[in-house]
Design a binder for this molecule. Sequence first.
Ligand code: ZN
Length: 190
Amino acid sequence: MAVRKIVRMGDPVLRQAARPLAPDEIGSAPFRLLLADMIDTLHDYSGIGLAAPQVAESVRLAIIDIPGGASRYGDIPPMPLTVFVNPVVEVVAPETRGYWEGCLSVPGLRGFVERPQHIKVRYTNEQGGTGELELTGFLATVFQHEFDHLDGKLYIDRMTDSTLLSFEEEYLRYLAPREEPQAGQLTTEL
Ligand code: ZN
């Protein structure tokens, strides 16, 4: 297991549509190695989500791990480390809400992105079984951000107002919501 380098915006791998993993790849030795490295990398970078293209592997694999009880995450509901292979997102309700998003592949910046807040995700797990999750609110945003990486998209592509793209320092100084950190304020990177 090893911490891998997270590639940054401008690397072509972040702009490719990743390929689906075949059933016989899931659980294979290379798959387990990649997954272990992604987990190490996510924790080393203190992120809450990581997609394989962010470590330059163009396959449809992502992990999400939101620790509970950590004050820096505010009211964000915790989610134990979960592995998503070939995930498919269905929008259940089109109403959107905006959050300030950050991305490990776009370091130093924050951008305000509006996304649907009620989605359903169907996926294969690391054992090859199938899973389904229904997500609302901030978690719906987290999952859409992460799975966009599998389609070669970054959060900046989803922004409708480019004046709401900011360096972190200026974001905290001028733009951060005045209230205490909460679900409306994404304080970590994906
Ligand atoms: Zn990201």
